[in-house]
Design a protein around this ligand. Structure first.
Ligand code: 5GP
Length: 259
């Protein structure tokens, strides 16, 4: 008898977790600056044929306190996207590099998570982002400076090249792929009028808990010689993927109450 309401509870809690904006909407958070984010296909692309140039990840409004802005205005507009697709710029400069996502899914995601908080309006958000990709031609900048992306980590050289071209300090991110650091993204920071500013890099040290010992103090994650995270003393790291774990937990409660 309790099963039905519990399933409804599971569903509602999951929806709330996955759409954090419902939970934090009480506090309206505007934004302070934008980040124009380019991604390197060499590290993220799962398509059969990957681009050989840097492509757009998105234009993300950000806050100085590190929180995500949540004042969302406007819905995804397929008609505008169809018009913008006319000259193929969107597909070429802003493709989804994930074989599981269509381009439209990626644009929709970028709009609903980031663009709708950017106070630019739907059409302008996409137009301005494309314009930024022309203004900051990362592939060209790196070629001019003879920085080759396929060399795994050249973070400092890339930072220097981009900062010489924009006059401001960017963020260059690498990602651990198969336990080795690979170049991943370049972020150029912009003020609200889309003029370049220095980026401020926040470092969050991942904390880990020892498996089987819930009372042990949290420890800093250890990294291997490539700078990638490794387990503590061979023990497994406990990772909390909240909606997923919550569903499993509630499922167990459900079975418990039923029996
Ligand atoms: P974001 O990093 O913008 O918050 O989230 C990116 C989301 O878009 C992820 O869920 C990812 O699976 C999806 N996605 C689709 N195509 C791409 C892509 O080309 N690059 C990245 N980074 N994410 C993509």
């Amino acid at each position: 008898m309790l099963v039905k309401p519990l399933w409804i509870a599971i569903f509602l809690i999951q929806v709330l977790f996955e759409n954090r904006c419902f939970l934090v909407d009480a506090v309206q958070l505007g934004f302070d600056f934008h980040k124009f984010v380019m991604q390197w296909p060499g590290s993220v692309c799962t398509l059969e044929k990957c681009p050989e140039v840097w492509t757009i990840h998105g234009l993300w409004p950000g806050r100085n306190d590190g929180q995500d802005p949540n004042i969302k205005v406007g819905n995804y507009n397929e008609t505008v996207i169809e018009e913008l697709k006319n000259n193929n710029e969107l597909e070429i400069l802003w493709p989804s590099l994930n074989i599981k996502n269509k381009n439209e899914d990626f644009w929709k995601h970028e709009w609903s998570k980031h663009g709708s908080c950017a106070e630019l309006g739907f059409e302008n958000y996409f137009k301005e982002t494309l314009a930024l990709a022309h203004r900051y031609n990362i592939t060209g900048i790196l070629q001019q400076n003879e920085v080759l992306e396929n060399e795994r980590t050249k973070v400092d050289a890339i930072k220097q090249a981009v900062s010489a071209s924009t006059g401001r300090i960017p963020i260059v991110k690498s990602k651990c792929i198969k336990n080795k650091k690979s170049l991943y993204e370049i972020e150029i920071c912009l003020d609200k009028t889309l003029q370049p500013i220095d980026c401020v890099e926040y470092t969050f040290y991942p904390k880990v808990k020892q498996a089987g010992n819930p009372n042990a103090p949290l420890q800093l994650a250890q990294t291997n010689e490539n700078g990638c995270e490794s387990s503590i003393n061979g023990q497994t790291r406990i990772q909390m993927s909240s909606p997923f774990l919550l569903t499993i937990l509630l499922w167990h409660c459900c079975v418990f109450f039923k029996t």
